[in-house]
Design a protein around this ligand. Structure first.
Ligand code: AMP
Length: 279
């Protein structure tokens, strides 16, 4: 396994690999890797000759009030997990290498990125699309794997790729949970035992709401109940909403697939989760 610290090394390697006819799969991450991330690596491994994992806590997607400085980091642990899952290259640049001091260009998706996390974190998705666009140009992937834990992010990236003609296939990967149902997240590290127990209410409420929405063919009461359950468990609900997966607007008679998405704070930790289903 090779470790590249600079954009130049990665891009030279990737262009060389492409010239020699090798296919490349990219897994972008912010590190502190868990089984959600390694499931993406396994999918990448099954798709391409070369698997590249990027580990970069991207300052451009954090607002000044958010957890950039305390975001968990463990490069040695991450390196061992990548090695164990057959990764060929880790790309772990410094911020000063990734962004020249005066970089002033953004890539911005303007529709699917508006609701949910885009409404609560207004500068988040443009940070994500900008860094992912750069990673695509640096790593030259044929495939890029994104987890449906961050389903809106996955849809936004798919739209960016379509709109800007990136020659890359986005592969959405299933959300991986702990045995008790909590969606795996690097941010779970922030939770106390008590907060973690209470946070299980997010997934439980989503499952109950999903059944009720399918049964009642209406979502208002089911969502109100879900908000009440998470609140009763001590969470501060940021949103619980149902949207059409293709348009990220309210479902209508044309809707095929919906996302029932939640974001809630337990203590100071903001967690997200979702269920995607057909109506
Ligand atoms: P992050 O390091 O949180 O930026 O996540 C990097 C990638 O891993 C993203 O595509 C996430 O959607 C994906 N990911 C994170 N957690 C999970 C999970 N529990 N299940 C599936 N994919 C995940």
């Amino acid at each position: 396994m090779q470790i590249f610290k600079t954009r130049r090394e990665l891009q030279q390697f990737a262009l060389g690999a492409r010239r020699s006819g090798k296919s490349i799969a990219l897994v972008p991450t912010m590190g502190f890797l868990h089984e959600g991330h390694t499931s993406l690596m396994d999918i990448a491994r099954s798709k391409a000759d070369i698997v590249i994992v990027s580990i970069f806590v991207n300052p451009k997607q954090f607002a000044p009030t958010e957890d950039f400085d305390r975001y968990p980091r463990d490069f040695e642990g991450d390196r061992a997990k990548c090695e164990a899952h057959g990764v060929d290259v880790i790309f772990a640049p410094e911020i000063s290498d990734m962004y020249d001091g005066n970089s002033s260009t953004w890539v911005e998706e303007t529709i699917l990125s508006q609701p949910l996390c885009g409404a609560s974190r207004p500068t988040f998705y443009r940070g994500v699309t900008t860094v992912v666009a750069k990673l695509f140009l640096l790593a030259q992937p044929d495939y890029a794997v994104f987890g449906l834990k961050d389903a809106q992010q996955c849809f936004v990236i798919q739209r960016m790729v379509r709109d800007l003609d990136f020659p890359v296939e986005i592969i959405p990967a299933p959300l991986v949970r702990d045995a008790d149902g909590l969606a795996l997240s690097s941010r779970n590290r922030y939770l106390s035992d008590d907060e973690r127990r209470r946070a299980l209410s997010i997934h439980q409420s989503l499952l109950k709401a999903k059944e009720r929405i399918i049964r009642e063919k209406s979502s208002a009461n089911a969502i109100a109940e879900a908000v009440a359950s998470v609140t009763a468990a001590g969470g501060r609900v940021d949103y619980i909403e149902i949207l059409d997966c293709d348009t990220m607007t309210a479902p209508n008679s044309e809707t095929r697939r919906v996302i029932l998405a939640a974001a809630a704070f337990f203590g100071t930790t903001r967690l997200i989760d979702n269920e995607i289903f057909e109506l």
